[in-house]
Ligand binder design. Structure first.
Ligand code: 9UX
Length: 72
């Protein structure tokens, strides 16, 4: 079972921010795909909920130095 979530991410201002967030997410075990759109400030993440929680995904964004906001 895979799940897809969109998380709004605050604090990203350039393309390098986008790369940092994507890399932080992709290295989490259980994350299959992560792509960040700078214009919409949204990270789209496809993950295996049995391996990684939404809370852990948000924590990774925060650890990378950005602000996870509401998810949809
Ligand atoms: Mo770009 Mo983002 O110079 O934290 S990497 S603003």
């Amino acid at each position: 079972v895979t799940e897809r979530v969109e998380i709004r991410v605050g604090g990203m201002t350039c393309a390098s921010c986008v790369s940092r967030v994507e890399r932080s997410l992709k290295k989490l075990p259980g994350v299959l795909e992560a792509s960040v759109n700078l214009a919409t400030e949204k990270a789209t993440v496809v993950f295996l909920p049995e391996m990684v929680s939404l809370a852990r995904i948000k924590a990774a964004i925060q650890e990378a130095g950005y602000e996870p906001l509401e998810d949809t």
